[in-house]
Design a protein around this ligand. Structure first.
Ligand SMILES: NC(=O)c1ccc[n+]([C@@H]2O[C@H](COP(=O)([O-])OP(=O)(O)OC[C@H]3O[C@@H](n4cnc5c(N)ncnc54)[C@H](OP(=O)(O)O)[C@@H]3O)[C@@H](O)[C@H]2O)c1
Length: 253
């Protein structure tokens, strides 16, 4: 039975969430945000400890998500019984320096941004199905999943793949009551974008292409993640929720 009081539609009370890439940046903000809405949150990344403080309770686990998705899901299951929400936010952007190095950059990027996300979707969906919890899976894609960008084809390919993987999984998992959506950020100020944020020319290029006239902050994504994780979006699956300050809405910058 869904609690239809407006103030409860966004509540995550009693839900267990697994959030990857939670040591810093977007993943950390989303983990913190789900916890603020009442979820029991397990945040995962490779760093032995989170690189920033959380304002709300987040249980932090150090793990490399490219290594053993099933083992990670089993660890969360043994401690919390199930997983109701998965956010795949761990990601990397690596460019290759020359024609000889493209394979390594391509493999690293696809391995984390697409393959590891898929493995976690599968392991989590099995648990969601076994526990009959329904469930919400959120894959953090990018505006790079929608349009081409210069200089980093592996990243664009991985995010484009993750976008359509999200739709394919929505088809397969919908009958089991599991929703799968993509959260597609524009340019957000984090470690990943620190170089372009600090460069005056690239900073202005990115800012000027938005409608809102500013870069995004990690907190700009939290409301959308709570929406996708909660019953407020209970009839939404296989979709992109683009949070980009109007970047992809704008033609001539
Ligand atoms: N920033 C943007 O403008 C932007 C825009 C669109 C989409 N995104 C996407 O949003 C997500 C988060 O990006 P961000 O900007 O927050 O990046 P970030 O600041 O570089 O953080 C990346 C996170 O992923 C974790 N991570 C990396 N490799 C991992 C692995 N093998 N196993 C587990 N965790 C791993 C990192 O932690 P450890 O180093 O501790 O492992 C860190 O917590 C990514 O998927 C990115 O592609 C970012």
């Amino acid at each position: 039975m869904v609690d239809s009081r407006p103030d409860m539609r966004f509540s995550l009370l009693g839900k267990v969430a697994l959030v990857t890439g939670a040591s810093r940046g977007i993943g950390a903000a989303l983990a913190d945000g789900l916890a603020s809405a009442g979820a029991i949150v397990v945040g995962v990344a490779r760093s032995p400890e989170p690189r920033q403080a959380f304002a709300h309770p987040v249980q932090y686990l150090a793990a490399d998500v490219t290594k053993d998705a099933q083992g990670l899901v089993d660890r969360v299951k043994s401690q919390f019984g199930t997983i109701d929400i998965l956010i795949n936010a761990a990601g990397v952007s690596v460019t290759s320096d020359g024609p000889d190095q493209w394979q390594a950059a391509f493999d690293t990027t696809l391995n984390l941004n697409l393959r590891a996300a898929y493995a976690l979707c599968l392991a989590t969906a099995d648990l969601m199905e076994a526990k009959h919890v329904g469930g919400s899976i959120i894959n953090v894609t990018s505006i790079n999943s929608l349009v081409g960008f210069p200089g980093n084809p592996a990243y664009v390919a991985a995010k484009g793949g993750l976008r359509l993987l999200t739709k394919a999984l929505a088809v397969d998992l919908g009958p089991k009551g599991i929703r799968v959506n993509a959260l597609a950020p524009g340019y957000i100020h984090t470690d990943m974008t620190a170089a372009s944020y600090a460069d005056p020319v690239r900073h202005a290029q990115r800012l000027n292409h938005t409608c809102l006239g500013r870069w995004g902050e990690v907190d700009d994504l939290v409301g959308a993640a709570i929406f996708l994780a909660s019953d407020a979006s209970r009839y939404m699956t296989g979709q992109d929720l683009v949070i980009d300050g109007g970047w992809t809405a704008k033609g001539l910058a």
